[in-house]
Design a protein around this ligand. Structure first.
Ligand code: NDP
Ligand code: 2IT
Length: 457
């Protein structure tokens, strides 16, 4: 890595050599390559300027998870048929606190996806300023179409194995795609039964058993708070802006709620079947109907277009062609590509805040950055969820509960601090703030310092 002349090689050469080795070690794991590639490109100049990071192989250590646990989950459906699923927990890095990160249940879950998510979580959690390491887990189990009892039996079977590896000072999982309060409740119940302990070993719990107020809302709310901080740097605000939102799950619903609270006009929502366009805007009453549809009935987004006049459902399409000043991708990874970025730019988008993890492809991000659109990268913009998870851990440890106002105030402070930290490392010569680079470096520094301090471990 150090060049033949003993000095540091040029940044591009360093990145290329590093990534070649990395890709060879992680063949076929394309999502993991994408997440690591972006970070390595951002931090390379910083690392090259600090030889101690090079000598201690901090980047090699940061891109190799501490451990990856893979296990079989066997469960029975309502008809008594036996099913076998795969589940994982990727404990990525615990240099600055116990492992922390969500569990995802979706048929697409693979070790590549969980490694990308666990890697991102390390930087995101560092940016929150709270003492949390990074992890992610999940299963290829598909909760869609399963009864509550089937989901319960699956969750109980999964926790029967997972309980060996978690603990309030070890690793604290939470929700993600396909894992909400129903699943967290089943998981918590089984942990408690097996261990005879009532402890904060999961976050996103129900309010009656140690959950925090505002955790459900936190990722979506935090994403809008982050957007507001970005817009303030342009003497703008979300008020009155037309917003394109994707997804209709936990993150999207509460991003839409906060946008309505702040006087913006969210006009789209989506799921894996397509998107709805409501030019009049999703208002409070429509949102309450949508929450009932998605959180209680687990119905499909197309029903929104049947329920409300003047709404179109676009099957198999994504919302990025709808004219909007602000965009909030809140569904899943790689849901906004170069063509979508082009359409957003042509329609005059001024800022994007990523509620989902890695929703923009690398090419889309590059195009938005070049067009000087403010890009609130996921690690920064969606950190509100895990931040309130951290606050839930604190409340559990203290055996107290904070009011909704208290948690929301702390969430707003944390999002403001994350914005400041990402901006600190993200300013470019023309005054543009590159939050992608800023968040990567801002998240990296604290973790790297701790790793250096520990010596060769
Ligand atoms: P949910 O399961 O509540 O909702 C997911 C939404 O995204 C659904 O509308 C779903 O549609 C859609 N979606 C999922 N996969 C796909 C796909 N492959 N193609 C198109 N649409 C898809 O999950 P969350 O809202 O919790 O998570 C959304 C994103 O936010 C994820 O990237 C997650 O990692 C990220 N995130 C979540 C946090 C949290 O606290 N929950 C915190 C930070 C980030 P359908 O129902 O049709 O599958
Ligand atoms: O991606 C994420 O930050 C989450 N799914 C939330 C993790 C958490 O531990 O609350």
């Amino acid at each position: 890595m150090i060049s033949a002349t003993g000095g540091p090689p040029r940044v591009e050469e360093f990145v290329r050599e590093f990534m070649n080795r990395f890709i060879a070690r992680n063949a076929g794991q394309t999502e993991f390559h994408q997440a690591v590639g972006e970070v390595v490109e951002s931090v390379a100049p910083f690392v090259l300027a600090h030889p101690e990071y090079l000598e201690s192989r901090i980047l090699e250590r940061l891109t190799e998870p501490d451990r990856l646990i893979l296990f079989r989950v066997t469960w029975q459906d309502d008809a008594g048929h036996v099913h076998v699923n795969r589940a994982w927990r990727v404990q990525f890095n615990n240099s600055i606190g116990p492992y922390k990160g969500g569990m995802r249940f979706h048929p697409s879950v693979s070790s590549s996806i969980l490694k990308f998510l666990g890697f991102e979580q390390v930087f995101k959690n560092s940016l929150t300023g709270l003492p949390m390491g990074g992890a992610k887990g999940g299963s290829d189990f598909d909760p869609k179409g399963k009864s509550d009892r089937e989901v319960m039996r699956f969750c109980h079977a999964l926790m029967t194995e997972l309980q060996r590896y978690i603990g309030e000072d070890v690793d604290v999982p939470a929700g993600d795609i396909g894992v909400g309060q129903r699943e967290i409740s089943f998981l918590f119940g089984q942990y408690k039964r097996l261990n005879n302990r009532f402890a904060g070993i999961l976050t996103g719990k129900g309010l009656s058993f140690g959950g925090s107020l505002i955790r459900k809302e936190a990722t979506g709310y935090g994403c809008v708070y982050f957007m507001e901080r970005m817009l303030e740097t342009k003497s703008e605000s979300v008020e009155g802006k037309t917003c394109a939102v994707s997804g209709s799950g936990n993150v999207a619903l509460y991003a839409i709620e906060k946008l309505i609270d702040m006087g913006a006009r969210p006009v789209t929502a989506s799921d894996s079947e397509g998107f709805i366009h409501d030019p009049a805007g999703i208002d409070r009453d429509k949102l309450e109907w949508l929450k009932q549809l998605k959180e209680v009935e687990r119905g499909r987004i197309r029903l929104y277009a049947e329920q409300f006049p003047g709404v179109a459902f676009h099957r198999g399409e994504r919302p990025w062609g709808v004219p909007a000043q602000l965009a909030f991708p809140c569904a899943t990874q790689n849901e906004l590509d170069e063509r979508d970025a082009r359409r957003l730019i042509d329609n005059g988008v001024i800022a994007v805040a990523e509620g989902a993890n890695m929703p923009c492809t690398l090419a889309a991000t590059g195009m938005l950055l070049r067009a000087r659109v403010a890009v609130g990268t996921a690690k920064a913009a969606n950190a509100g969820g895990v931040a309130v998870s951290g606050l839930e851990q604190s409340q559990n440890a203290l055996r107290i509960s904070w009011s909704a106002e208290e948690v929301d105030r702390r969430l707003q402070d944390i999002m403001t601090n994350i914005h400041a930290r990402a901006a600190q490392y993200g300013y470019e010569d023309d005054g543009y703030i590159n939050y992608v680079r800023g968040a990567n470096i801002g998240g990296f520094v604290k973790v790297a310092e701790a790793m250096l301090a520990y010596g060769v471990v």
